[in-house]
Structure formats: structure tokens, C-alpha cells
Design a protein around this ligand. Structure first.
Ligand code: FES
Length: 66
């Protein structure tokens, strides 16, 4: 894993719930196929913004890693 990939994994995807990109990638690689799957397994999109700030980023991760 490159230094850039490591830095990317630590970026916050869901700011409200403080969930990193690495956590979301791992959930998707372990079988999550939809936004709902990711929500159930991580709690992402359940913060005060109700996913306004993180849904698009999660959908992008699903497209890239599912
Ligand atoms: S940033 Fe994910 S619920 Fe607000």
C-alpha cells in the first residue's frame, strides 16, 4: 500500500459519525452492495446531516470497490 493510499484510508467519509474511507472500503469489500448495506454495517448516513455530506462519497466507493 502506498503512502497516498494510506492517507486516503484515513480521510473521513461520514463526518457526522467520524467514519473513515478505509472503514467504508473494507465494508464494501466484505460484501456490502448498496448504500443501505453500508448504513447498516457502519452507521454512515445516520448523523445529523442525514447523509447529505457523505452519500455521494459512499456511492462513489460502492462504484469503485463493489
Ligand atoms: S456526514 Fe454522514 S451523516 Fe452526516
Amino acid at each position: 500500500m502506498t503512502e497516498e493510499e494510506i492517507k486516503e484510508r484515513y480521510q473521513k467519509v461520514c463526518i457526522c459519525r467520524s467514519i473513515s474511507k478505509g472503514t467504508i472500503i473494507d465494508i464494501v469489500k466484505n460484501g456490502a452492495k448498496t448504500l443501505e448495506d453500508v448504513r447498516r454495517k457502519s452507521g454512515a448516513t445516520t448523523g445529523s446531516c442525514k447523509g447529505d455530506r457523505c452519500k455521494a462519497k459512499i456511492l462513489d466507493i460502492l462504484r469503485r470497490y463493489a
